[in-house]
Write a protein of this length. Structure first.
Lengths: 147, 732
């Protein structure tokens, strides 16, 4: 039985570290896979590139997706996730700096499950991470996995 | 034009106006008077002719009547004369025997039977005794037997006749026959004619007396009555023999002596004495008379004479002319009616003509007024280009007085170089009538008297007056306009240049806007990441190395974090302001009360422990952009919320009031207020009135509110005193 994990798609190492730190405060950091750009996230999910041969049925419990990413941006990643049968139901939470209305609207249009803005205040960030982990990893009943 | 024409025609066609009636009366009355006068004169002359004819008739009838009387009397006298010398009478006088008497009687019977109007024929001796007497009885005649013979010596006629000499004959008056002193009934008018009888020895032996039936004479006169009004017969004493029924033979009656014509008409009677015939006009009518004399021999007893008198009363004369009068009256009435109709027709024609003339005069006056006062030059020329009319406008524009220009060629008003083409153009039009300039407005060059050339605008019209071609030009000096047009073109060019620049600027602005948008997007994304790092790692340091750090280090790290967080807020607000700035305003109906209530609820939720009274006036709507109004109200109410933090309870009010007669919305609080000295700066970005330690804030909120209100074309201002609360008003 594969362990529950989170796929964090984040290109900024500072944000990655802070996110990991925030998550770790609630003991969910262990199960975090980090993809540092959009392409890597896609490769990971669909077992391509550096992740060729990975068991693609082993999907994360949740994808925390930044929007501003090198190569493929967050929206493109989201669209590909939703376009593929295997990941169509995968929960995706956009976790980004922007709360531009058009970005929020675009995110929901492309099928994100949640849109969370990263607060500047780290205390708030920690709180947001706690709530995210609590909700998506513990509270939420994810979609049934295909065998 | 249309209105003035209709004003000159207040009467519609076919309707007779008051003016027409008056005019018709003016025409009709003299015509009618003349017609009536002429008619009357004609009538009068006709009536005169009728009257003259009537008079002539009267005279002729009177003559005829008197002639008939005279002839009758003459005939009687001839008979008497014959009888007085008859053989049988001579034989009787010579023999005086029964045989000769019978023979004489037989002769007399035959004679009386033969003379139908002899009533009686007698021989009377000198003693007045009747010797032979034959009386008419109807158609027969018979001698009276000796026993019936009477003595007539006491009778006037017998007495007069017995006095006669040879050759003399007595004619009696026309009287009613009397028998034995009484008037014989029925009345029998009689004239007695007597002649003396002499025997062979020349001795007077008696008289022959004929009783003539006077009725015959009266009838012969009366039968002429048909041709005249009446016919009377009057004897020399003035008594009627023929005339008013009760008055005839009045002298025969004891009570009738006074009933004479002479008494009734003394004037007429007097005049009748002076002439054998004539007429007398009186107040009651005309009397025409003619006298008939018995003309007995001179020296005899007075002979009777009679007047035939034709009385023609005015009424009779008038009756003769009354038909004429009636006919003339009818004819006059017809003529007057005809004249009336003709007058009405003439009047209408005149009125119409006068109106038409008025229109023409009005048109002329208008034309004159226009041409004399026109600021444009109006010049007429004939087909040879010779000027015939030059108005004051032309004098002003070209500088030539009118008197100098009449008869001058038009070319004098244009520069030398245009004269030849002009003359050719006129000639061409005269020849072909193909308009090139005629009927058009063209721009040309005029020549002023002082030699100056100036731009003109010319409209040329041609007209045909009695077969002669004229040109009329309306010339406008467009120096000023040309200059204006030149300037306009220059400014248009300038404007075009400006427009081009504006377009460029716009494009540039658009590019800048795009850049700005990209910038703010980038700012919101990229500037926050380092802040998060600063804040996050400062905290990480505190957490990880906390025990090793002194309190002073903690404080420093805390400041680092606060600065980072504050910058995060600044970035957020700046992004909001930028978003407001570039957002298009979509005007719709906004329920401000509802928005304010939602915001108030949200604010209370952020600090449930605070005592705050929100007073939101219900149902306040406005025209505005719902999203922008949401932002504006959010800023204002949040400010109030923030600055009422020290108050318990806080009072925050949203409502509407009138300011300078216009509705204005307001947000009022009982917060700490602000110093009005700096009110002008309040709406600038990053302007803060309060210590950041006391009240958090970026100083961008009111700038955002102002930007939004200005985008709505409204006004926003605040009023306050420190510690006394604040009111922010805005209009939309």
């Amino acid at each position: 039985m594969p362990q529950k994990f989170i796929l964090l798609v984040e290109d900024n190492p500072d944000d990655e570290a802070l996110t990991m730190r925030a998550l770790s405060k609630h003991n969910v950091a262990n199960g975090v896979v980090v993809a540092r750009d959009g392409a890597e996230a896609i490769d990971f999910l669909f077992g391509a590139g550096a992740h060729a041969g990975r068991d693609t049925t082993d999907l994360p419990q949740i994808v925390l997706l930044d929007l501003k990413l090198p190569k493929l941006d967050g929206f493109e990643v989201l669209r590909r996730i939703r376009a593929d049968e295997r990941t169509r139901t995968l929960p995706v939470v956009i976790l980004t700096s922007s709360k531009e209305e058009r970005d929020v609207a675009q995110g929901y249009r492309d099928g994100c499950n949640s849109y969370v803005r990263k607060p500047v205040n780290f205390d708030e960030f920690v709180d947001a991470a706690r709530q995210l982990g609590m909700y998506w990893l513990l509270l939420n009943e994810g979609p049934p996995r295909s065998p | 034009m249309a209105s003035s024409r209709s004003g000159a025609h207040p009467e519609s066609e076919g309707k007779v106006g008051g003016g027409t009636i008056t005019r018709a009366a003016l025409i009709f009355l003299p015509l009618a008077a003349a017609a009536v006068a002429a008619s009357y004169l004609l009538y009068a002359s006709q009536a005169n002719a009728v009257r003259a004819t009537a008079q002539a008739t009267d005279i002729r009838i009177a003559d005829i009547a008197s002639q008939r009387i005279a002839l009758t009397v003459a005939s009687l006298k001839a008979d008497a004369s014959y009888l007085s010398e008859q053989d049988a009478l001579r034989s009787y006088l010579a023999g005086d025997d029964a045989t000769s008497l019978r023979r004489l009687q037989a002769e007399y019977v035959a004679f009386v039977r033969h003379r139908q109007f002899f009533a009686r024929l007698r021989l009377i001796d000198m003693g007045g005794q009747e010797i032979v007497r034959v009386d008419r009885q109807g158609d027969a005649a018979a001698p009276v037997p000796p026993s019936g013979l009477q003595n007539r010596a006491d009778e006037l006629h017998a007495q007069e006749a017995l006095k006669l000499h040879r050759g003399q004959i007595h004619v009696s008056e026309l009287e009613l026959n009397t028998e034995d002193g009484a008037i014989e009934q029925p009345a029998k008018p009689t004239i007695r004619v007597g002649a003396p009888v002499f025997d062979d020895t020349g001795a007077k032996r008696g008289i022959i007396v004929i009783d003539y039936l006077g009725q015959r004479l009266l009838d012969r006169v009366s039968e002429l009555r048909d041709a005249v009004a009446d016919i009377w017969l009057i004897n020399s004493q003035g008594y009627w023999l023929l005339g008013p029924k009760d008055d005839v033979f009045a002298f025969m009656y004891p009570d009738g002596k006074d009933r004479t014509f002479a008494a009734g008409y003394p004037d007429v009677w007097r005049q009748m004495q002076n002439a054998p015939a004539g007429k007398v006009e009186t107040g009651v009518g005309r009397f025409t008379f003619s006298r008939a004399d018995a003309e007995t021999a001179a020296g005899g007893s007075p002979s009777p004479s009679w007047f035939v008198l034709i009385p023609t009363p005015h009424a009779f004369s008038d009756a003769q002319t009354s038909d004429l009068k009636f006919n003339f009256a009818i004819a006059s009435a017809g003529l007057l009616a005809l004249l009336g109709v003709v007058s009405l027709g003439l009047a209408r024609h005149q009125v119409h003509r006068r109106e038409a003339e008025q229109l023409v005069r009005l048109s002329e006056a208008r034309y004159r007024a226009v041409t004399e006062t026109a600021s444009d030059a109006i010049i007429s020329a004939d087909r040879h280009g010779s000027i015939r009319y030059f108005n004051p406008g032309a004098e002003r524009i070209f500088g030539h007085p009118e008197k100098d220009m009449i008869g001058q060629p038009l070319t004098k008003l244009m520069p030398e170089r245009f004269r030849q083409p002009h003359t050719e153009g006129i000639q061409r039009y005269v020849d072909t009538r193909e308009p090139k300039v005629v009927g058009e407005t063209v721009k040309l060059t005029g020549l002023h008297k002082d030699g100056r050339e100036f731009p003109i605008e010319l409209a040329l019209a041609s007209s045909d007056v009695d077969g002669e071609l004229f040109f009329t030009a309306i010339v406008r000096d467009i120096t000023v306009r040309a200059e204006a047009e030149r300037r306009l073109r220059a400014s248009q060019a300038e404007i075009e240049g400006l427009n081009r620049r504006l377009q460029l600027d716009n494009a540039e602005l658009e590019a800048v806007n795009k850049e700005l948008e990209a910038f703010s997007y980038s700012v919101s994304h990229d500037l926050r990441a380092p802040l998060r790092a600063i804040d996050g790692f400062s905290q990480a340091l505190v957490e990880d190395a906390g025990p090793m750090l002194k309190a002073e280090h903690h404080a420093h790290l805390n400041r680092v974090r606060q600065a980072a967080q504050r910058m995060g807020l600044l970035i957020d607000d700046l992004i909001k302001l930028a978003r407001v700035t570039r957002t298009d305003v979509n005007i719709g109906d906004v329920d401000l009360s509802e928005i304010a209530l939602a915001i108030a609820t949200g604010l209370q939720d952020t600090a449930p422990e605070r005592q705050a009274d929100f007073m939101i006036a219900p149902g306040l709507h406005a025209k505005g952009d719902p999203r922008l109004m949401q932002v504006a109200l959010d800023n204002l109410l949040s400010n109030s919320w923030k600055f009422t933090a020290p108050r318990s309870p806080a009072k925050i009010e949203f409502g509407r009031t009138m300011v300078d007669g216009k509705p204005a919305f307001f947000v009022r609080d009982n917060g700490v207020g602000f110093d009005m000295t700096y009110a002008g700066k309040m709406f600038g970005a990053f302007q803060r009135f309060h210590d950041a330690r006391e009240f958090a804030g970026t100083g961008i909120g009111l700038a955002t509110v102002q930007r939004i209100i200005h985008k709505h074309g409204g006004r926003v201002w605040g009023e306050s005193q420190p510690g006394q609360g604040a009111v922010f008003y805005f209009t939309l």
